[in-house]
Design a protein around this ligand. Structure first.
Ligand SMILES: Nc1ncnc2c1ncn2[C@@H]1O[C@H](COP(=O)(O)OP(=O)(O)OP(=O)(O)O)[C@@H](O)[C@H]1O
Ligand SMILES: [Mg+2]
Length: 223
């Protein structure tokens, strides 16, 4: 079974004149362990596609299946569970909670889902992104690359099948971006995680297993 499947998915946003077709008839299958780079010009629909893939947004028509489960027609409890158990999100702007330490940020998803040994798991995750000993620091005491590592640790702490990353190195200098890409590549390989990453960077496409290119809400390659 595919970790993520889009079946003729459309997402339209209402606007004053004509509706914006942000995603316009996308069919896509993502298999376990793949690292996919999603590319295309600004406004082509990458973030919209990722939000649909993470059940943060819902299709106007068509079906999005996460690990075989459709994201439409779920009540709030089921939706929250689907997101928490199956999906991790990484953003360009890290989106750490500023009043929590690195360790507290990472353990939060576990505490919310009533997981055991939250702190222990959080520290273990921080060590895997090479941040051992920095768990007590607050986000403002970390560099951009370190903040993104914390965000990656947080996204992976509940071992989601699907990791979605929206321009994860967009705010980082190229050397720091490279180390983050290496980390994402290693995670996919070692842990069998599946990553879909929207990106503008050539280096990201170079490490991907597959490059999916969008234009005007559609996938134009591979056909
Ligand atoms: N909430 C919204 N309401 C209306 N239109 C939207 C909304 N979100 C996105 N759009 C429009 O949908 C289209 C796709 O936007 P999206 O953010 O998915 O592009 P993107 O490929 O991620 O671009 P970028 O590379 O700049 O991040 C754009 O035309 C955008 O203006
Ligand atoms: Mg975007």
């Amino acid at each position: 079974m595919s970790v993520l499947q889009f079946v003729d998915v459309r997402k339209q946003y209402p606007s004053d004149s004509v509706a914006v077709r942000a995603v316009d008839g996308v069919s896509l299958k993502v298999e376990v362990g793949e690292l996919i780079a999603l590319v295309g010009r600004s406004g082509c629909g990458k973030s919209t596609l990722l939000n649909l893939a993470g059940a943060m947004d819902f299709p106007t028509s068509g079906t999005v299946l996460i690990d075989g489960q459709s994201t439409t027609g779920l009540d709030d409890t089921m939706l929250t569970r689907l997101r928490r158990e199956k999906v991790g999100f990484i953003f360009q702007s890290f989106q750490l909670l500023p009043n929590l330490t690195a360790a507290e940020n990472v353990e939060l998803p576990l505490l919310l889902s009533g997981g055991q040994k939250a702190r222990e798991n959080a520290l273990d995750r921080l060590a895997r992104v090479e941040l051992d000993g920095l768990g007590h620091r607050y986000p403002h005491q970390l560099s951009g690359g370190q903040m993104q590592r914390v965000a990656i640790a947080r996204a992976l702490v509940h071992r989601p099948k699907l990791l979605l990353a929206d321009e994860p190195i967009g705010n980082l200098d190229s050397a720091t971006g490279s180390t983050i890409l290496e980390l994402l590549r290693r995670i996919t390989t070692e842990e069998g995680a599946t990553i879909v990453m929207a990106t503008h960077s050539a280096e990201s496409t170079a490490i991907a297993d597959r490059v999916v290119e969008m234009r005007d809400g559609r996938i134009i390659s591979p056909q």
